[in-house]
Design a protein. Structure first.
Length: 302
């Protein structure tokens, strides 16, 4: 007795394969932008504006910290509380802790060499690994092992995927590992030749692949809409560079004015008490230095 195969299965199988190819293309683009284009644009930007950015980040951090001290002291003052040395010290300690992560980011960016940055990053992320992360990584490594992988594939393509896997694992990017699993067909649907899956299972597989493709496409669009990618053409324009340099100078002057005003108000509230020094404790955030600094500090303190 022959087994009747649903006529839509062949179409769904091909649709899933096409979705898999599209997903691979999107992941390749995201990886190229993240690991090749972004570092190149950062280097160009830093060569033109690095010193001004350093001054801006330090001025912005100092102004924000002092404003926060004044804000908390003003709340106490408006409530009619006497601003004793103990209260001032407590508020300064709170603000030091609030801004410790940003202070460390600025320190890493401008005062540490790459080895020191790597050490700081390892301290933040810790040495323990999430079980799911390790499991996905091991599955992908097995898929790419020469004894398992399709030897007919292009060596350069295999090397590119291997690099993507290593990068995603090193940055603890679980979403990227999941997408790579889908692309490589680590699940049964894309590796089995037998026709033992029913139509409902194939429909579910197509829906899941469409969902994953949509997610990666949205992620790629967001990446392209961020700095420094939006600056790529501008960085080649001398006129734009001059205007941007002038703008940075204006912003630095504004931040310094804000700092002086907050220092004046702080002196009034505390009757001349000097704020405590910063205590930049290391953050336990699990984001990479480059992504966090460039997103939230380098281009974020405008």
């Amino acid at each position: 007795m022959s087994i009747t195969v649903h006529p839509d299965i062949a179409h769904l199988r091909e649709h899933v394969r096409e979705l898999r190819r599209e997903l691979r293309s999107v992941i390749d683009d995201w990886h190229r932008l993240s690991t090749e284009v972004r570092p190149r644009l950062h280097a160009i930007y830093h060569a033109h504006f690095g010193e001004l950015e350093r001054e801006l980040q330090q001025s912005a951090l100092s102004a924000a910290e002092m404003f926060r001290r004044v804000e908390l002291l003003s709340i106490k003052h408006e409530r009619g509380e006497q601003l004793t040395q103990q209260i001032v010290d407590l508020i300064n300690e709170v603000v030091d802790k609030e801004y410790a992560r940003f202070a460390m980011r600025v320190k890493e960016a401008f005062e540490m060499d790459q080895r020191q940055r790597d050490d700081a990053e390892r301290t933040r992320t810790g040495q323990t690994s999430d079980h799911e992360l390790v499991s996905m990584y091991r599955t992908l490594v097995k898929q790419l092992h020469p004894d398992v992988a399709d030897t007919s594939k292009n060596d350069a393509e295999d090397g590119g995927v291997w690099h993507q896997v290593q990068t995603a694992y090193a940055s603890r990017n679980a979403g990227q590992l999941r997408s790579l699993l889908a692309v490589l067909g680590a699940d049964e649907a894309l590796t089995r030749e037998a026709d033992d899956w029913g139509i409902d299972r194939w429909r579910h597989e197509a829906e899941e692949m469409e969902r994953r493709l949509g997610l990666e496409q949205r992620k790629l669009r967001r990446l392209r809409a961020e700095e420094p990618f939006t600056m790529e053409r501008d960085l080649e324009d001398e006129g734009w560079r001059n205007r941007h340099r002038d703008e940075l100078v204006r912003v630095i002057a504004r931040k310094k004015d804000e700092l002086r005003e907050s220092e004046r108000r702080y002196a009034e509230l505390t009757e001349g008490l000097v704020p405590r020094g910063q205590n930049p404790t290391k953050s336990k955030e699990e984001r990479s230095f480059d992504e966090d600094f460039m997103t939230n500090t380098y281009f974020g303190q405008r």
